[in-house]
Write a protein that binds this ligand. Structure first.
Ligand code: NAD
Ligand code: UDP
Length: 337
């Protein structure tokens, strides 16, 4: 089975690629390197012994997509490609709608023409906005709180409309909670450009000496220790969730929606403590005011994915931190240029 991975050299795409290769499937990677590096391909080869097929392309470039799909027919697509920085999306909304929403429409047209009818889409728990009840179930109300989140909700809506118009499509919307972790080899991991927006990459850079201290955004939330609570999920558990969704989606047309999370929330300070255990020293932090747009708590009810896909997350928070630490200490400045 050939599976197109748009955004395939990105953080989640590259780890999913490794898992697909290990299972004997044939990933076909496509990326424009907007937020990833070519060296990822070498690392995938180092880890798996297989160099994946790769096409440099922008999902907004219809002619190029047609070319790729003609050279390399595929049976399904996992659509990771997108811009994902919430703050940047507030500053540059049109860039986000163009890249994420328009890009997805162009991709869908190319897939239609190539008669590909199975898509797994990278959505996000951000579509739940400030959810009132925890854990969050898939049927909870959705709401966008920034242009990034709105681009995800718009794409979900477009995909649902498409499945109504053309019932032969199988669409799976995977709503990720907080992906963290790295490949246990230490050869692959998350490589944010500039100052990390996300908690775990920031802590890892403090641990490796690239940043002085963590800034904790708010300790006055209605949570046990006052800091924000999230559902962190190991990127390899997430990768396995995609494989399960692919196997299910291939057999079941229609629209399917799944939370991919562990069902367990941890506070900012709990994550910091876990990382300290793993790297063997105390990590400095300072409390600052809340970050605009953050919710107090967010964790998944992953029961539906367990029941319908036979998938559940297995890796612990300590394991996530161990794998990030191995990656970060072996590659303090991320992937080579
Ligand atoms: P990432 O930035 O590492 O990977 C995305 C990849 O898409 C990058 O390699 C980038 O170069 C590529 N890309 C972007 N625009 C493109 C375009 N127009 N054409 C071709 N390639 C393009 O991000 P990630 O963390 O791997 O996230 C993958 C997907 O999952 C994204 O859609 C993201 O919104 C979604 N998601 C991520 C998180 C998270 O915390 N990492 C959480 C929820 C959802
Ligand atoms: N956070 C923090 N300092 C940072 C980055 C994040 O205190 O430098 C907190 C943030 O307020 C939230 C949690 O860590 O409570 C997870 O944030 P992240 O940006 O990783 O993911 P989000 O849930 O916002 O997508």
């Amino acid at each position: 089975m050939n599976v197109l991975l748009t955004g395939g050299t990105g953080y989640i795409g590259s780890h999913t690629c490794v898992r697909l290769i290990e299972l004997g499937l044939r990933p076909v990677l496509l990326d424009n390197f907007a937020n990833s590096k070519r060296a990822v391909l070498d690392r995938i080869e180092r880890v798996t012994g297989v160099r994946p097929l790769f096409f440099e392309a922008d999902i907004r470039d219809r002619r190029r997509l047609d070319e790729v799909l003609a050279v390399q027919p595929v049976d399904a697509v996992i659509h990771f490609a997108g811009l994902k920085a919430v703050g940047e999306s507030v500053q540059r909304p049109l860039t986000y709608y163009d890249n994420n929403v328009h890009g997805t429409c162009v991709l869908l047209e190319a897939l239609q023409a190539a008669e590909v009818r199975t898509m797994i889409f990278s959505s996000s728990a951000t579509v739940y906005g400030d959810a009132r009840t925890m854990p969050i179930v898939e049927d909870a109300p959705t709401e966008a709180t920034n242009p990034y989140g709105r681009s995800k909700l718009m794409i979900e809506g477009i995909l649902r409309d498409l499945a109504v118009a053309q019932p032969e499509w199988s669409i799976t919307l995977l709503r990720y909670f907080n992906p963290v972790g790295a490949h246990p080899s230490g050869a692959m991991g998350e490589d944010p450009q500039g100052i990390p927006n996300n908690l775990v990459p920031f802590i890892a850079q403090v641990a490796v000496g690239r940043r002085d201290r963590l800034t904790v955004f708010g300790d006055d939330y209605p949570t046990p220790d006052g800091t924000g609570v999230r559902d962190y999920i190991h990127v390899l558990d997430l990768a396995e969730g995609h494989v399960a969704a692919l196997q299910h989606g291939h057999r079941h047309p229609g629209v399917h929606v799944y939370n991919l999370g562990t069902g367990q929330g941890y506070s900012v300070l709990e994550v910091l403590r876990a990382f300290e255990r793993v790297c063997g020293r105390e990590l400095p932090y300072a409390v600052a005011p809340r970050r605009a747009g953050d919710v107090a708590s967010c964790w998944a009810d992953p029961e539906r994915a367990g029941r319908e896909l036979g998938w559940r997350a297995e890796r612990s928070l300590d394991r996530m931190c161990e794998d990030v630490w191995r990656w970060q200490s072996a590659n303090p400045t991320g992937y080579p240029e």
